[in-house]
Design a protein around this ligand. Sequence first.
Ligand SMILES: Cc1cc2nc3c(=O)[nH]c(=O)nc-3n(C[C@H](O)[C@H](O)[C@H](O)COP(=O)(O)OP(=O)(O)OC[C@H]3O[C@@H](n4cnc5c(N)ncnc54)[C@H](O)[C@@H]3O)c2cc1C
Length: 442
Amino acid sequence: MSIFSGLLNAQRSHFAGKENALASSMWFATAGESVVTKPLNSSANVDVLVIGGGINGLTAMLQLTKLGVDAMLIEAGEFGEGASGRNAGMVNPGQFLGPDEIRAILGVEYGDIFVDELSKGPDLVKEILIEHDINCYADFRPVIRAAHDTKTAQMLHRQVKLWSDLGQPVEILEGNKLFEITGSQRWKTALMDYRGFTIQPLAYVRGLANAVLRKGGQLYQNVRATSLSREGADWIVSTVEGHPIRAKKVIMATNAYTGSLHPAFAQALVTCGAFGVATCPLDKKLRGLILPSGHSLYDTHKIPLFLRYDPEGRLMIGSLGNLSDDSRRSIEAWGKRVLKRLWPQLPAPQWSHVWQGTIGLTNHHLPRLLSPEDGLIGTIGCNGRGIAANSYFGRMVADITMGRKVARPLPIEKQAPRAFKGPQQDGLDLAMRLYRNTFLLD
Ligand SMILES: Cc1cc2nc3c(=O)[nH]c(=O)nc-3n(C[C@H](O)[C@H](O)[C@H](O)COP(=O)(O)OP(=O)(O)OC[C@H]3O[C@@H](n4cnc5c(N)ncnc54)[C@H](O)[C@@H]3O)c2cc1C
């Protein structure tokens, strides 16, 4: 690691183990009660161990519990401690890439399944919400992707053509129609994706956990796996608490938070901070001016901007980037600049929350399904678009683990190409900082 890289790493809260507490996220205010689980007081022996209690791990566990598998899940913090409890809650289909790009990367065999299955991702989330009676303030207004320049406006037109040819419900919004929805002159073209919708993400995660518990599944919080080793055909997973867990199979659902737990999963990702800053609840008059129709929106920039309301009327403004301990004021100043740029007529807001999560980026911009050793499997790297995708992948990985036949949108890789960490990670950090500081020039 270069000195430069070391310096930047020290700034990255997730590397320093200093990501701010989950309670600093605005989602904590409206997520209801934390999930109560029993402590892990002794060693355990199960058929399947799931490591990680985000959307991926919990949907895997939900499926295992439904199938009656002797399984347990351990989460290092509380459920949703990772990206799942800190995100923007936009339940989007697929990935950022269009169907043509996905097929070009994955080949026709996997590409067609990927496009087909992942387009239905939001419907799967809806099914889960209904089946398990999860109240996470689902708002079925479609999600908007706004072009930040003319080049990306053309890209959105192309994507709408491609998705429409596949019978997918998307359309282009322009002119007055778009202005009525956003209240801002900033965007001239946008893609309205009727497949997408919005949820309160931490409430979704807690709802998933409660659904597993109601079905009798074994879930543990505040249990961190420290190492994985083999004993015969079994896996032995050591934990910080000193209670080892023996399992025939292990599902890795640690994604961008894998750290040093397993190199194959960690090396396949470049990790990247993503943050949110939220205003205090806005009054009716202001809400009538900023995104007056209540839709959520993200833009086409490589370092995207995302905007949405929470159930109590806080406006979340988010983007990519790592925050340091003293970032609060500079992020609030950034939020102020963003609002001024988008809605110049409005007064400066009061801020309530600033928080960060970590996402995993792959070098081909699509998730990976990794099984580096027998009985060890997991999906990683949803590139910042993982609510619907991980709801799908969690269930899929549980099915594969139990030998069930499923449509598989990704090849199983023993080893993914190493994501080019050092310089790429540093370049990313610098680009994100520069962009944040020059937003007005864009
Ligand atoms: C600010 C932000 C905004 C985003 N916005 C959106 C959006 O609007 N729409 C969208 O689709 N996606 C969005 N994403 C991405 C989305 O949140 C992620 O793709 C998704 O939540 C990943 O889910 P996961 O379960 O794979 O991982 P995570 O939720 O990160 O879960 C991994 C879990 O593993 C646990 N863990 C790690 N190591 C161990 C260990 N050794 N032992 C035990 N447990 C361990 C962690 O504590 C963590 O809870 C956003 C992400 C961020 C950060």
